[in-house]
Design a protein around this ligand. Structure first.
Ligand SMILES: Cc1cc2nc3c(=O)[nH]c(=O)nc-3n(C[C@H](O)[C@H](O)[C@H](O)COP(=O)(O)OP(=O)(O)OC[C@H]3O[C@@H](n4cnc5c(N)ncnc54)[C@H](O)[C@@H]3O)c2cc1C
Length: 263
Protein backbone atom coordinates (compact mmCIF):
# COMPACT_ATOMS: atom_id res chain seq x y z
CA UNK A 1 0.00 0.00 0.00
CA UNK A 2 1.23 3.49 -0.87
CA UNK A 3 2.48 5.45 2.17
CA UNK A 4 1.09 8.98 2.12
CA UNK A 5 3.45 11.89 2.69
CA UNK A 6 2.64 13.63 5.99
CA UNK A 7 5.10 16.49 6.30
CA UNK A 8 5.39 19.44 3.96
CA UNK A 9 7.62 22.55 3.82
CA UNK A 10 4.70 24.79 2.95
CA UNK A 11 0.98 24.79 2.22
CA UNK A 12 1.88 25.20 -1.46
CA UNK A 13 3.74 21.89 -1.55
CA UNK A 14 0.85 20.19 0.30
CA UNK A 15 -1.59 21.57 -2.29
CA UNK A 16 0.64 20.41 -5.17
CA UNK A 17 0.81 16.92 -3.61
CA UNK A 18 -2.98 16.72 -3.20
CA UNK A 19 -3.45 17.83 -6.85
CA UNK A 20 -1.13 15.05 -7.95
CA UNK A 21 -3.10 12.47 -5.93
CA UNK A 22 -6.51 13.81 -6.97
CA UNK A 23 -6.20 15.47 -10.39
CA UNK A 24 -10.00 15.38 -10.74
CA UNK A 25 -10.58 17.66 -7.73
CA UNK A 26 -12.19 20.87 -8.96
CA UNK A 27 -12.51 24.38 -7.64
CA UNK A 28 -10.50 27.00 -5.83
CA UNK A 29 -8.60 26.34 -2.61
CA UNK A 30 -10.53 27.22 0.52
CA UNK A 31 -9.44 29.83 3.05
CA UNK A 32 -10.15 27.17 5.70
CA UNK A 33 -7.00 25.28 6.64
CA UNK A 34 -6.86 21.90 8.31
CA UNK A 35 -4.92 20.60 11.28
CA UNK A 36 -5.08 20.77 15.05
CA UNK A 37 -3.20 24.09 15.32
CA UNK A 38 -5.72 25.85 13.10
CA UNK A 39 -8.58 24.18 14.96
CA UNK A 40 -7.15 25.28 18.30
CA UNK A 41 -6.80 28.85 17.06
CA UNK A 42 -10.39 28.83 15.83
CA UNK A 43 -11.58 27.43 19.16
CA UNK A 44 -9.72 30.16 21.06
CA UNK A 45 -11.64 32.78 19.06
CA UNK A 46 -15.20 31.55 19.75
CA UNK A 47 -17.71 33.72 21.58
CA UNK A 48 -20.29 31.24 22.90
CA UNK A 49 -22.10 33.86 25.00
CA UNK A 50 -22.95 36.16 22.08
CA UNK A 51 -23.60 33.10 19.91
CA UNK A 52 -27.32 32.79 20.77
CA UNK A 53 -28.10 36.44 19.98
CA UNK A 54 -26.15 36.62 16.72
CA UNK A 55 -25.97 33.11 15.23
CA UNK A 56 -28.71 33.62 12.64
CA UNK A 57 -26.93 36.59 11.08
CA UNK A 58 -24.45 36.11 8.25
CA UNK A 59 -21.86 38.07 10.21
CA UNK A 60 -22.86 36.62 13.61
CA UNK A 61 -20.65 34.79 16.09
CA UNK A 62 -20.76 31.34 14.49
CA UNK A 63 -17.62 29.31 15.10
CA UNK A 64 -16.73 27.60 11.77
CA UNK A 65 -15.61 24.62 13.83
CA UNK A 66 -17.61 22.12 11.76
CA UNK A 67 -14.83 21.09 9.32
CA UNK A 68 -12.59 20.23 12.30
CA UNK A 69 -15.36 18.38 14.12
CA UNK A 70 -16.39 16.48 11.01
CA UNK A 71 -12.83 15.32 10.27
CA UNK A 72 -12.24 14.26 13.87
CA UNK A 73 -9.64 16.96 14.58
CA UNK A 74 -11.79 18.15 17.49
CA UNK A 75 -14.52 16.37 19.43
CA UNK A 76 -17.87 17.84 20.47
CA UNK A 77 -16.77 17.42 24.10
CA UNK A 78 -13.63 19.47 23.52
CA UNK A 79 -15.69 22.23 21.95
CA UNK A 80 -18.23 22.17 24.80
CA UNK A 81 -15.59 22.01 27.56
CA UNK A 82 -13.68 24.94 26.12
CA UNK A 83 -16.89 26.96 25.74
CA UNK A 84 -17.65 26.32 29.43
CA UNK A 85 -14.39 28.09 30.33
CA UNK A 86 -15.64 31.20 28.51
CA UNK A 87 -18.67 31.76 30.75
CA UNK A 88 -19.35 32.21 34.44
CA UNK A 89 -22.57 30.23 34.31
CA UNK A 90 -23.39 27.31 31.88
CA UNK A 91 -26.85 28.78 31.21
CA UNK A 92 -25.13 31.64 29.35
CA UNK A 93 -24.06 29.22 26.61
CA UNK A 94 -27.14 26.97 26.44
CA UNK A 95 -27.79 27.70 22.78
CA UNK A 96 -24.23 26.85 21.76
CA UNK A 97 -24.36 23.53 23.62
CA UNK A 98 -27.76 22.78 22.08
CA UNK A 99 -26.32 23.22 18.59
CA UNK A 100 -23.45 20.85 19.38
CA UNK A 101 -26.11 18.44 20.60
CA UNK A 102 -27.94 18.69 17.25
CA UNK A 103 -24.90 17.20 15.57
CA UNK A 104 -24.87 14.33 18.05
CA UNK A 105 -28.63 13.86 17.61
CA UNK A 106 -28.38 13.56 13.79
CA UNK A 107 -25.55 11.03 14.14
CA UNK A 108 -27.60 8.90 16.53
CA UNK A 109 -30.73 9.07 14.38
CA UNK A 110 -28.81 7.94 11.32
CA UNK A 111 -26.99 5.14 13.10
CA UNK A 112 -30.31 3.69 14.29
CA UNK A 113 -32.02 4.26 10.87
CA UNK A 114 -29.28 4.08 8.21
CA UNK A 115 -31.86 3.88 5.40
CA UNK A 116 -32.94 7.46 6.23
CA UNK A 117 -29.73 8.74 4.69
CA UNK A 118 -31.31 8.63 1.23
CA UNK A 119 -34.95 7.49 1.66
CA UNK A 120 -37.79 9.89 2.36
CA UNK A 121 -38.62 9.42 6.04
CA UNK A 122 -42.19 10.60 5.48
CA UNK A 123 -44.14 11.98 2.49
CA UNK A 124 -43.66 15.65 1.57
CA UNK A 125 -46.20 17.93 3.29
CA UNK A 126 -46.28 20.28 0.32
CA UNK A 127 -49.29 19.02 -1.58
CA UNK A 128 -46.92 17.24 -4.00
CA UNK A 129 -45.66 13.68 -3.99
CA UNK A 130 -42.03 12.69 -4.51
CA UNK A 131 -42.68 11.95 -8.22
CA UNK A 132 -43.48 15.63 -8.75
CA UNK A 133 -39.89 16.58 -7.91
CA UNK A 134 -37.00 16.46 -10.36
CA UNK A 135 -34.25 13.88 -9.74
CA UNK A 136 -31.42 16.11 -10.91
CA UNK A 137 -30.03 19.46 -9.90
CA UNK A 138 -30.59 22.03 -12.67
CA UNK A 139 -27.39 23.28 -14.34
CA UNK A 140 -27.99 26.95 -13.44
CA UNK A 141 -27.98 26.01 -9.74
CA UNK A 142 -24.81 23.90 -10.04
CA UNK A 143 -23.13 26.83 -11.82
CA UNK A 144 -24.49 29.53 -9.52
CA UNK A 145 -26.24 31.26 -12.42
CA UNK A 146 -29.86 31.34 -11.34
CA UNK A 147 -31.98 34.48 -11.70
CA UNK A 148 -31.68 35.17 -7.95
CA UNK A 149 -28.64 37.24 -6.95
CA UNK A 150 -28.46 36.27 -3.26
CA UNK A 151 -28.83 32.57 -4.11
CA UNK A 152 -25.95 32.86 -6.61
CA UNK A 153 -23.80 34.53 -3.94
CA UNK A 154 -24.45 31.67 -1.48
CA UNK A 155 -23.73 29.09 -4.20
CA UNK A 156 -20.48 30.82 -5.06
CA UNK A 157 -19.41 30.79 -1.43
CA UNK A 158 -20.31 27.11 -1.10
CA UNK A 159 -18.40 26.01 -4.18
CA UNK A 160 -15.40 28.32 -3.70
CA UNK A 161 -14.81 27.84 0.03
CA UNK A 162 -16.55 24.62 1.12
CA UNK A 163 -18.30 26.43 3.97
CA UNK A 164 -21.53 28.38 4.25
CA UNK A 165 -23.47 29.67 7.21
CA UNK A 166 -26.32 27.50 8.58
CA UNK A 167 -28.96 30.05 7.56
CA UNK A 168 -27.57 30.16 4.01
CA UNK A 169 -27.71 26.35 3.91
CA UNK A 170 -31.39 26.55 4.85
CA UNK A 171 -32.07 29.17 2.14
CA UNK A 172 -30.28 27.12 -0.54
CA UNK A 173 -32.00 23.88 0.45
CA UNK A 174 -35.41 25.58 0.46
CA UNK A 175 -34.70 27.26 -2.89
CA UNK A 176 -33.69 23.94 -4.48
CA UNK A 177 -36.56 21.85 -3.11
CA UNK A 178 -39.47 24.29 -2.91
CA UNK A 179 -38.77 27.11 -5.37
CA UNK A 180 -37.36 24.77 -8.05
CA UNK A 181 -39.14 21.55 -7.07
CA UNK A 182 -36.05 19.33 -7.05
CA UNK A 183 -35.76 16.24 -4.82
CA UNK A 184 -33.88 16.89 -1.60
CA UNK A 185 -31.58 13.95 -2.44
CA UNK A 186 -30.18 15.84 -5.46
CA UNK A 187 -29.48 18.88 -3.30
CA UNK A 188 -27.96 16.82 -0.51
CA UNK A 189 -25.57 15.11 -2.96
CA UNK A 190 -24.55 18.53 -4.32
CA UNK A 191 -23.80 19.87 -0.80
CA UNK A 192 -21.79 16.76 0.10
CA UNK A 193 -19.65 17.30 -2.98
CA UNK A 194 -18.64 20.80 -1.86
CA UNK A 195 -18.86 21.10 1.94
CA UNK A 196 -15.65 20.65 3.93
CA UNK A 197 -17.86 19.51 6.80
CA UNK A 198 -20.03 17.40 4.44
CA UNK A 199 -21.58 14.81 6.71
CA UNK A 200 -24.39 12.47 5.66
CA UNK A 201 -26.17 12.62 9.03
CA UNK A 202 -26.24 16.41 9.57
CA UNK A 203 -26.58 17.19 5.89
CA UNK A 204 -29.17 14.73 4.64
CA UNK A 205 -31.40 14.89 7.70
CA UNK A 206 -31.32 18.70 7.54
CA UNK A 207 -32.31 18.54 3.86
CA UNK A 208 -35.17 16.22 4.85
CA UNK A 209 -36.20 18.72 7.53
CA UNK A 210 -36.30 21.59 5.03
CA UNK A 211 -38.10 19.44 2.46
CA UNK A 212 -40.75 18.40 5.05
CA UNK A 213 -40.05 14.68 4.75
CA UNK A 214 -38.71 14.89 8.32
CA UNK A 215 -40.86 17.72 9.69
CA UNK A 216 -44.50 18.69 9.71
CA UNK A 217 -44.21 21.55 7.20
CA UNK A 218 -41.84 22.82 4.48
CA UNK A 219 -39.28 25.47 5.41
CA UNK A 220 -39.56 28.52 3.19
CA UNK A 221 -38.11 32.04 3.32
CA UNK A 222 -38.51 35.33 1.49
CA UNK A 223 -36.31 38.24 0.45
CA UNK A 224 -37.19 40.27 3.53
CA UNK A 225 -35.76 37.50 5.69
CA UNK A 226 -32.53 37.29 3.66
CA UNK A 227 -32.22 41.08 3.84
CA UNK A 228 -32.63 41.05 7.63
CA UNK A 229 -29.92 38.46 8.22
CA UNK A 230 -27.57 38.88 5.23
CA UNK A 231 -28.42 42.36 3.90
CA UNK A 232 -24.91 43.65 4.65
CA UNK A 233 -23.26 40.72 2.87
CA UNK A 234 -25.16 39.88 -0.32
CA UNK A 235 -27.26 41.67 -2.94
CA UNK A 236 -30.82 41.74 -1.63
CA UNK A 237 -32.26 44.19 -4.10
CA UNK A 238 -35.82 43.24 -5.18
CA UNK A 239 -34.90 43.79 -8.84
CA UNK A 240 -32.23 41.08 -8.84
CA UNK A 241 -34.09 38.70 -6.51
CA UNK A 242 -37.62 38.80 -7.88
CA UNK A 243 -38.67 35.17 -7.20
CA UNK A 244 -38.12 35.75 -3.46
CA UNK A 245 -39.69 39.20 -3.29
CA UNK A 246 -43.13 38.41 -1.85
CA UNK A 247 -44.95 37.96 1.44
CA UNK A 248 -45.07 34.51 3.03
CA UNK A 249 -48.78 34.33 2.25
CA UNK A 250 -48.19 34.85 -1.46
CA UNK A 251 -45.20 32.51 -1.58
CA UNK A 252 -47.12 29.72 0.17
CA UNK A 253 -49.94 30.05 -2.37
CA UNK A 254 -47.50 30.11 -5.30
CA UNK A 255 -45.23 27.30 -4.15
CA UNK A 256 -47.84 24.95 -2.71
CA UNK A 257 -51.03 25.58 -4.73
CA UNK A 258 -52.46 22.15 -3.87
CA UNK A 259 -52.47 22.89 -0.14
CA UNK A 260 -55.01 25.73 -0.28
CA UNK A 261 -55.19 27.73 2.94
CA UNK A 262 -51.76 26.59 4.18
CA UNK A 263 -50.86 28.48 7.35
C1 LIG B 1 -29.35 21.96 4.45
C2 LIG B 1 -28.32 21.85 5.56
C3 LIG B 1 -27.19 21.06 5.37
C4 LIG B 1 -26.25 20.91 6.41
N1 LIG B 1 -25.14 20.13 6.19
C5 LIG B 1 -24.26 19.92 7.19
C6 LIG B 1 -23.11 19.09 7.00
O1 LIG B 1 -22.91 18.49 5.94
N2 LIG B 1 -22.24 18.95 8.05
C7 LIG B 1 -22.43 19.59 9.24
O2 LIG B 1 -21.58 19.44 10.14
N3 LIG B 1 -23.50 20.37 9.44
C8 LIG B 1 -24.42 20.56 8.46
N4 LIG B 1 -25.51 21.37 8.68
C9 LIG B 1 -25.74 21.93 10.02
C10 LIG B 1 -25.14 23.33 10.24
O3 LIG B 1 -25.51 24.18 9.18
C11 LIG B 1 -23.62 23.29 10.33
O4 LIG B 1 -23.20 22.34 11.28
C12 LIG B 1 -23.07 24.64 10.77
O5 LIG B 1 -23.52 25.66 9.89
C13 LIG B 1 -21.55 24.59 10.76
O6 LIG B 1 -21.01 25.86 10.95
P1 LIG B 1 -20.35 26.31 12.31
O7 LIG B 1 -19.30 25.35 12.73
O8 LIG B 1 -19.92 27.74 12.11
O9 LIG B 1 -21.59 26.21 13.28
P2 LIG B 1 -21.88 26.87 14.69
O10 LIG B 1 -23.18 27.57 14.55
O11 LIG B 1 -20.74 27.64 15.19
O12 LIG B 1 -22.15 25.62 15.62
C14 LIG B 1 -21.12 24.93 16.34
C15 LIG B 1 -21.18 23.46 15.99
O13 LIG B 1 -22.44 22.91 16.38
C16 LIG B 1 -22.87 21.96 15.39
N5 LIG B 1 -24.10 22.47 14.75
C17 LIG B 1 -24.53 23.76 14.67
N6 LIG B 1 -25.72 23.84 14.07
C18 LIG B 1 -26.05 22.57 13.73
C19 LIG B 1 -27.17 21.99 13.07
N7 LIG B 1 -28.22 22.71 12.66
N8 LIG B 1 -27.18 20.65 12.88
C20 LIG B 1 -26.14 19.88 13.30
N9 LIG B 1 -25.05 20.38 13.95
C21 LIG B 1 -25.01 21.70 14.14
C22 LIG B 1 -21.76 21.84 14.37
O14 LIG B 1 -20.92 20.76 14.73
C23 LIG B 1 -21.04 23.17 14.51
O15 LIG B 1 -19.68 23.12 14.11
C24 LIG B 1 -26.46 21.55 7.65
C25 LIG B 1 -27.59 22.35 7.83
C26 LIG B 1 -28.50 22.50 6.80
C27 LIG B 1 -29.71 23.38 7.02
Amino acid sequence: MQQLQKNFDSRESLIAYVKELAPWAEGERSYIQGGWQKAEKKLASIDPINYARTRNFGDGNVTKLSPYIHHGVMSLNEARNYALTKCSEPLQITKFIQELAWRDFWQRILSSHPQWAWEDIEPYKTGFSAENYSDTLPGDIAEGKTDVACIDAFIHELTATGYIHNHARMYLASYVVHFRRVKWQAGARWFLKHLLDGDVASNNLSWQWVASTFSHKPYIFNLENVDKYFGKLVDTSPLTNQPLHASYEILLALLFPNLGGHE
